[in-house]
Design a protein around this ligand. Structure first.
Ligand SMILES: [Zn+2]
Length: 309
């Protein structure tokens, strides 16, 4: 049965390694060349740079929208964040409704709503990342992305190489005035390369086939490795790699309601065997390619879960 019923949570952990400097802007983000001060976002208590969950989730979402051909134009010919309401088929129906005789509108409108619901239910973007507030048809958001903080070793490394209390590098970028040839340098703060941030994502399972859609999260992560995180990507910043995945499941009954119970770990050793000694292999790509094996394990755990009730 493929109906909404909360089964439990997949906890997905990764290390995110910076392969170049990383700039996720604090308040000055958005000021292009010419800004004097381009700070990175930092935890106000520890002053450590961090990766806001919203930045990571937003980037994964937008890359997957392009990757799955889910970038649609709206009525004004703009390309806003994906919504299935802008799916060409739905837009076509909407146009028909506007043009059709008054007495036939209601029936066609019903058809449009049904179609829209169907679209959303089968849309990886809407299912994983959620639908916009105020959307006509509801759908629970499956994915939560936590803020990611640097690992203890990374903090130690920063302090050892950069100095106590210094966690970032300053990169100077020059633009040259095309007429006067006067250089206009600006400094940009970046997290140094080879820093590790600890990523945690939670993927809620409400429907049987939610497990299938998890695959697209790994696709999005793989797309991000070939793109960039944060600002200044086209000028070299923000190349990252995902490493050291840990996936586990916390079932509604077994984990949350049974005393002393533990989360179930998904075994990835076999799947990642070749990737272990070959840093060229993308871990998310591996997980995507061999998703059937992950799916099988997850489905078995969820079936066990069902027996408890
Ligand atoms: Zn959608």
């Amino acid at each position: 049965m493929n109906e909404y019923k909360f089964r439990g949570k997949c906890i997905i952990k990764f290390n995110l390694k910076t392969l170049t400097g990383l700039h996720i802007g604090g308040t000055a983000e958005g000021i292009e060349i010419g800004g004097l001060d381009n700070p990175v976002i930092k935890d106000p208590i520890t002053n450590h740079p961090y990766i806001p969950g919203s930045s990571l989730k937003g980037k994964l979402r937008s890359l997957l929208e392009w990757g799955l051909d889910k970038v649609f134009k709206n009525k004004k010919n703009e390309t806003p964040p994906h919504t299935c309401e802008n799916d060409p088929e739905i837009m076509e129906l909407q146009k028909k409704i506007r043009e059709i005789q008054e007495d036939k509108k209601e029936k066609l409108e019903e058809e449009r709503k049904k179609k829209l619901k169907e679209k959303i239910e089968n849309c990886p973007i809407c299912r994983i990342f959620g639908i916009s507030a105020g959307a006509e048809v509801g759908e629970p958001t499956r994915l939560t992305v936590r803020d990611s903080f640097p690992s203890q070793e990374t903090i130690k490394k920063w302090e050892n190489t950069l100095g106590k209390g210094i966690y970032t590098e300053m990169k100077v970028e020059n633009t040259i005035d095309r007429i006067t040839s006067i250089a206009n340098p600006r400094t940009m703060e970046r997290v140094p390369k080879d820093s590790i941030f600890e990523i945690e994502m939670i993927y809620d399972i409400y429907k049987d086939d939610d497990v299938d859609f998890l695959k697209y999260l790994f696709q999005a992560m793989n797309l991000l490795e070939d793109n960039f995180l944060g600002g200044s990507g086209s000028r070299g910043s923000g190349k990252i790699k995902f490493e050291n995945p840990k996936i586990s499941f916390r079932g509604k009954e077994k984990y949350y309601k049974t005393p002393n119970s533990e989360e179930k770990i998904i075994q990835l050793d076999e799947i990642l065997k070749e990737a272990k000694n070959n840093s060229e292999i993308s871990i998310p790509k591996r997980l995507y390619d061999r998703f059937e094996e992950i799916k099988k394990q997850l489905e078995e755990i969820i079936k066990e879960e069902e027996k408890v009730q």
